[in-house]
Design a protein around this ligand. Structure first.
Ligand code: GDP
Ligand code: MG
Length: 192
C-alpha cells in the first residue's frame, strides 16, 4: 500500500493505511491566520528538530498517549487551494478533526461553528471526534472570545474544547493527546 504523502491532493486523499497498526488521520480546519500551521509544526516537532516525516502540509508522527503508541497523520491542507473538491475531501478523510479559531478574532470563532455544521452534514451518522481549539490564548489584551464562550460552544456542538498558545507551546501537547484519547474512546465504543 502506498503510504507516501505529498502535497498533491490526489496522493493526500489516497494515503493512509492501517494495515500495520492504526494511523489516525486528523484534519485541521479553521479560518486563515488562526494558527493551524503553527500548531501543526509544533506537533510535527519541526521547531525542536524532531525527526518527523513532513511532506508538504502533512505531518506523520507517532506519540505515546497513556502508555500506548499512536500514529497520527496530521493534515494541514484546508487552505491549500480554493477548490471545493479538496474541501469536500477534507470533510471526508478525517478520523478526527481539530477546528481552530483565534481567541482574538470573533469572526474566526463564528467560522468555527459553520465548519462544525458543515462537518456534521458531511458525516451525518458518524460520531466523529472533534476538538474545538481557541488558539492565541497568550494575546490577553486583544482577546475577543472568552473561555466561557468557547466552552459553551463546544457543549452545543458536542465536542471537546481546549485553549492553546502556539507561541508559548501552551496546551499543544494536551491537544494532540486529547485527540488520540477521543479517537480511542469512539473506537472502543464502536467495537462493543
Ligand atoms: P494558519 O493560517 O491558520 O495556518 O495560521 P498560521 O499558523 O500561519 O499563523 C498565523 C499567524 O498567527 C502567524 O503570524 C503566527 O505566528 C501567529 N500565531 C499563531 N499561533 C499563535 C499564538 O498562539 N499566539 C500568537 N501570539 N500568535 C500566533
Ligand atoms: Mg496555514
Amino acid at each position: 500500500r502506498d503510504s507516501c504523502v505529498s502535497d498533491s491532493s490526489d496522493s493526500v486523499i489516497s494515503s493512509g493505511s492501517d494495515s500495520e497498526g492504526h494511523v489516525y488521520k486528523v484534519v485541521l480546519l479553521g479560518e486563515q491566520g488562526v494558527g493551524k500551521s503553527s500548531l501543526a509544526r509544533i506537533f510535527g516537532g519541526v521547531e525542536d528538530g524532531h525527526d518527523c516525516d513532513e511532506t508538504g502540509n502533512t505531518y506523520d508522527r507517532s506519540i505515546e498517549v497513556d502508555e500506548e503508541e499512536a500514529s497520527i497523520l496530521l493534515y494541514d491542507i484546508w487552505e491549500q487551494d480554493n477548490s471545493q473538491w479538496l474541501k469536500e475531501q477534507c470533510m471526508r478523510i478525517g478520523d478526527a478533526y481539530i477546528i481552530v479559531y483565534s481567541v482574538t478574532d470573533k469572526s474566526s470563532f463564528e467560522k468555527a461553528s459553520e465548519l462544525r455544521i458543515q462537518l456534521r452534514r458531511a458525516r451525518q451518522s458518524e460520531n466523529i471526534p472533534i476538538i474545538l481549539v481557541g488558539n492565541k490564548s497568550d494575546l490577553v489584551r486583544s482577546r475577543e472570545v472568552s473561555v466561557d464562550e468557547g466552552s459553551a460552544c463546544a457543549v452545543v456542538f458536542d465536542c471537546k474544547f481546549i485553549e492553546t498558545s502556539a507561541n508559548l507551546h501552551h496546551n499543544v501537547r494536551d491537544l494532540f493527546d486529547g485527540i488520540v484519547r477521543q479517537i480511542r474512546l469512539r473506537k472502543d465504543s464502536k467495537e462493543e
